[in-house]
Design a protein around this ligand. Structure first.
Ligand code: PLP
Length: 305
């Protein structure tokens, strides 16, 4: 499904992790999931491939999903559907966008063959809240035909199982390890934590504001759905969203530029930079015991300039 995939994704050790991490006595390596696939990168590949297989097994010809105007998930579903021969429909939040010029994400999705449908925010939210109810499914099928429905961000039980492969590609994890990942909807964190061996822990960094409680509930719900139980080896930091999704305050921008200079590696800003920034600040604050090995999952490539 969806080849070529670079698997296992490369692990890059950072010989010079920077003054803050060095002073804290911790090391940092990067799990380069951004390199997995050119158009369905990172955690989107991890989460979508099990779903594509399920959709094919169930005889579906169309994928239907939901997202905001800048959603990486929408772009990934459009590309994955095109590559695997599915038709696709994207329900986009915000009916005012129907008449506006397409931004690069939506333009690329349309160019890949995705049908875009714009929903006002109230309808969009109500549909997602009741997505698993038979009445909602019936209404969607009536409008769009028989389709394989992926929730917003693509986070469902199969997605969490796909993400559980990430720690399995990291040999010799143990009590000295913290695996860190940015969190949008929580599906990737749910899977990573479930896939860790005893002793190792996962740290999620929320990129949206105001997710305290809600995100933890989502991760727990997804773990129960995917693995039949929840796990206690993870937590979510709510301190580094930078003011909200897509907000890049000057301090974060400066950190990201410095990181890029030091490691000669461009980094994605909405998710990846926030997670790395959080690791840096937590290390400075003495949160990690000396000798901790941090692994940051690079969940996606930088946005096209
Ligand atoms: C979509 C996305 C995430 C969020 O993943 P969730 O499973 O929704 O938490 C993280 N990083 C990048 C780069 C993404 O595109």
């Amino acid at each position: 499904m969806l080849s070529p995939a670079v698997l296992p994704s490369p692990v890059a050790e950072l010989p010079d992790p920077g003054p803050e991490l060095a002073a804290a006595g911790v090391t940092l390596r990067l799990k380069r999931d951004d390199l997995i696939h050119p158009t369905v990168p990172g955690n989107k590949w991890r989460k979508l491939t099990p779903n594509l297989r399920a959709a094919a097994d169930l005889g579906h010809a169309r994928l239907l999903t939901f997202g905001g105007a800048w959603s990486h998930h929408i772009a990934a579903v459009a590309a994955a559907a095109a590559a695997q021969g599915f038709a696709s429909t994207g329900v986009i939040r915000g009916d005012e966008l129907a008449r506006a010029p397409r931004n690069p994400v939506l333009a690329a999705a349309e160019a890949a063959g995705m049908e875009l449908v714009f929903a006002d925010r109230t309808t969009y939210r109500a549909t997602l809240r009741a997505l698993d109810e038979p009445a909602t499914r019936a209404r969607l099928e009536e409008r769009f035909g028989r389709c394989y429905v992926l929730p917003e961000g693509g986070s469902n039980a199969l997605a969490a199982r796909g993400a559980a492969e990430i720690p399995r590609e990291l040999p010799d994890l143990g009590p000295q390890d913290v695996v860190c990942v940015p969190v949008g909807t929580g599906g990737t964190l749910a899977g990573i934590a479930a896939g860790l061996p005893p002793g190792a822990t996962a740290l999620g960094v929320a990129v949206l504001r105001g997710g305290e409680g809600y995100l933890e509930g989502e991760v727990t719900r997804l773990q129960r759905a995917a693995f039949g139980r929840d796990f206690a080896n993870w937590r979510v930091a709510h301190t580094h969203h930078g003011g909200g999704y897509g907000r890049i305050p000057p301090e974060l921008a400066a950190f990201a530029e410095e990181f890029e200079r030091r490691h000669a590696l461009p980094i994605e800003r909405r998710y990846v930079a926030k997670a790395l920034h959080c690791l840096n600040d937590l290390a400075t604050a003495g949160t990690f015991p000396r000798g901790t090995r941090l692994t940051a999952v690079i969940t996606g490539p930088p946005d096209a300039p």
